[in-house]
Design a protein around this ligand. Structure first.
Ligand code: 5AD
Ligand code: SF4
Length: 515
């Protein structure tokens, strides 16, 4: 399917009238001035059509040199998936001849790569758009774009069109590879350029990337999510689950290993569903991890897991350890079976605890961390207490904790909620106190131990101190030679704080500077 046919399909979809036989000529108008707003209703649909794989991404001749003498700036909000999308967009900008800059004042194009997961994430973006208004007023040639998850939401796009006319372009998470076309359109058009496909795109390989750093890298293994937890906007903003082919992923990890990267994190909104969509092969996350662990790279991680699809084969493979790190992030969301049911998580408290038991039995000493939402609509004190007791029972090392934030278009947003905000805040405080207490306890147990630390650079607070992470993702600060940056060194832990460890190097190996 070529771009034009695809866009025609998208237009038919977004108009809600797929049988509308518009002539090609009509559609070409849309190419001249792209206006394609999103639809959450369309995004919710899960069609049976197969995912197409494209490995032929290239920059169109007509766009080469578009960025000469121009600079780009991308501000990223939200999760690692967004961070990685930013790396891809930076790669496309460079391929177009743009130069990067880290100040908005120097930029000729500014992109806000946004996050829609909670209301406060969105408010930050609207605040930033407000700040950028003056800049845009003073420099009308500046292009200002909004992309990422917020652009997939109808209400956001409507709000931007109404209130933020300083924005020149809005494009969605499925349209990243269309960036050269969208920029071109924005330069030519006086109108706001909006290109947001509500139906997910296919899998596009060979996109250029500018990785942020030479030590750790992210590798997408799948896109989208089909879980539709009732509170979550992600299945709408990121589309249906599409797995990358194993050979593409393995080749990318091999390439990173050859370039000297020390750690790879396999990324997906729900990595445990990896491979479910393959029709020709029976190959799941366990198989992928088993293949990737044979690659000569010191550390492999993955995120994020959904307990439901965490199968025995994966546990068996993780138990082989080696370069597979024994830190598992396993979002539980709530300790109450009733709340889990309303969240449509499709497991019970007992099933979650059973999974934890299996993981701990197969991988002794494995570290578990989690995500928790408090103050779900109508959550009772007892149900919240079940979350507290589950946290203790599992013995998590750390957690990301959130107050439930209603997301327009999701089933939970329609639920009547009888829990006052004050109560939600109080629950969050109590949970956070427990999270801190247990993190401090876990950290104390490291005192006197020798750990492997992948040194990432100087500590943010003190350039004489180096900082890095252990196999189990604990932050360690220690005195050591700058040549250790990019290497894995042995550090003896001398002191423990709630969220970090202090130590001293006991052995230095492979101290050659990272190229
Ligand atoms: N409100 C609060 N937290 C949310 N999360 C996802 N959606 C919402 C929401 N509507 C949290 C979940 C998820 C993490 C990435 O963000 O805990 O695991
Ligand atoms: Fe959202 Fe994760 Fe649930 Fe998917 S599995 S709907 S991304 S919380």
């Amino acid at each position: 399917m070529n771009e034009q046919q695809r866009l025609q399909g998208q237009l038919a979809n977004s108009s809600g009238n797929s049988s509308d036989k518009k002539s090609e000529k009509d559609y070409s108008k849309y190419f001249e001035s792209v206006f394609m707003p999103p639809s959450l209703k369309e995004a919710k649909k899960r069609g049976k059509e197969e995912v197409s794989y494209h490995s032929d991404f290239s920059i169109d001749e007509q766009f080469k040199g578009m960025g000469e003498g121009r600079k780009f700036y991308i501000r990223t909000y939200g999760c690692q998936m967004n961070e990685h999308d930013t790396e891809v967009m930076a790669g496309i900008f460079l391929a177009l001849g743009y130069e990067p800059t880290d100040t908005v004042d120097d930029a000729d194009v500014i992109l806000l790569n946004t996050c829609a997961i909670r209301e406060n994430a969105e408010n930050k973006v609207f605040g930033e758009l407000g700040h950028l208004k003056t800049l845009k007023k003073n420099r009308p040639d500046l292009l200002l774009g909004v992309c990422g998850c917020m652009s997939q939401e109808e209400s956001v796009v409507n709000k931007i069109m109404k209130t933020y006319n300083q924005v020149d372009m809005i494009f969605g998470t499925h349209n990243i590879h269309r960036l050269p076309h969208i920029l071109n359109e924005a330069y030519l058009s006086k109108e706001m350029v909006i290109e947001v496909w509500s139906k997910e795109g296919d899998v596009v390989e060979n996109l250029p990337k500018v990785r942020n750093g030479k030590i750790k890298a992210w590798v997408n293994i799948m896109y989208g999510c089909d879980k539709f937890c009732t509170y979550c906007i992600v299945p709408y903003t990121r589309g249906k689950e599409r797995s990358r082919r194993p050979e593409e992923i393995i080749q990318e990890v091999r390439h990173l290993a050859a370039q000297g990267y020390k750690e790879v994190t396999l990324l997906g909104q729900n990595v445990n569903a990896y491979g479910k969509d393959f029709e020709d092969i029976n190959y799941r996350l366990g198989d992928l991890m088993d293949d990737i662990r044979t690659i000569d790279i010191p550390r492999i991680r993955f995120t994020t897991s959904h307990p439901r699809d965490f199968d025995d084969h994966l546990i068996e493979v993780l138990a082989k350890k080696g370069n597979l790190m024994d830190h598992i992030h396993l979002p539980v969301q709530s300790g109450s079976t009733d709340v889990l049911k309303i969240m449509a998580r499709k497991y019970t408290r007992e099933q979650y605890l059973e999974l934890v038991r299996k993981i701990k039995a197969a991988i002794p000493g494995a570290t578990l961390t989690t995500d928790i939402i408090v103050g779900y609509p109508n959550e009772t004190d007892e149900q919240f207490e079940e979350t507290m007791s589950l946290y203790r029972e599992v013995g998590f090392d750390a957690a990301y904790t959130f107050i439930y934030s209603p997301r327009e278009g999701t089933p939970a947003a329609k639920m009547v909620d009888n829990v006052p905000m004050e109560v939600k805040k109080e629950r969050l405080q109590r949970l956070n106190a427990l999270v801190n207490e247990m993190s401090a306890e876990a950290m104390m147990s490291y005192k006197g131990q020798i750990v492997d630390v992948l040194v990432e650079g100087e500590s943010k607070k003190n350039p004489d101190i180096l900082a890095g992470y252990t196999n189990k993702s604990k932050l360690v600060n220690f005195k050591g030679p700058k040549s250790a940056i990019g290497q894995i060194v042995k550090v003896k832990i001398t002191d423990a704080k709630t969220w970090s460890l202090n130590g001293e190097v006991i052995e230095e190996h492979e101290m050659a500077e990272v190229k």
